[in-house]
Design a protein around this ligand. Sequence first.
Ligand code: AMP
Length: 283
Amino acid sequence: MTAPILRRLADLRARTAEWKRAGEVIGVVPTMGALHAGHLSLVEAACAACDRVIVTIFVNPRQFNNPEDLASYPRTEHEDAQKLAAHAVDAIYVPDPEEIYPPGFATTVSVEGLTDVMEGAFRPGHFDGVATVCAKLFLQTAADRAFFGEKDFQQLKVVRRMAADLDIPVEIVGRPTVREASGLALSSRNLRLSPDGRERAARLHAVMQEVAAELAGGKPLDGLVATAHERLREAGFAEIEYLELRAEEDLAPLVRPDRPARLFAAAWMDGVRLIDNIPVPAS
Ligand code: AMP
């Protein structure tokens, strides 16, 4: 059955109040729409772990540092609702912009430290936008659990820190990245790749896996990163913003995976900025 689309906070609260009274566990899956199988895996996890599930769709202008990216971000609400109809979703919250940013809105939630590197360094203001909108969505939905993808691993860490620091009583659940058969991580931005670019973009994951395997075998990081840059350029990536080994716990830079570690990358293909990360076995 198709879940109702709610655009007003008052309508959302009327429902969540009833669910809370009945002692039901509420799950939320925050998204920016253009839903794909990665989002739907979060929805499935939420449905399995919660009595009620809210999917939010809000293209949050405050987390875009690039106006062109915001303007060209895909908006497919009708198709999104159809995709969600196959799942036991109780409400689709597509807030009117003034429900998130009312006139005079003046508060920013800013997480320090974790946001200094990678996405935070290359996208100024991005994580302030993310942390602010997630804090609002957690408070608006009154969710007990919120589901996020490891595809945006740094975001997952930032949101978890923010919720803990602000005593928002929500458990942040991370779920693995869903990929195409080629290895390309699903992303709403993949819609903007040419068919050829989409094929070449899959090299990002392949090259990252090669680096991870060599690191696990004890090879030094520096040489591996230099070779990986070359291979990515050969594959047609115009710019590689970062390719870095970092600790899962605190995102500190590592030279070898001597504690739980991930390889993180951001690179441009066809004018589209792609990010990915994979776990690296300990060496
Ligand atoms: P977005 O709509 O891009 O803001 O993403 C909404 C949520 O879906 C975030 O928690 C993302 O990490 C997650 N997500 C995006 N792509 C994937 C994927 N390929 N696999 C799993 N989760 C994903």
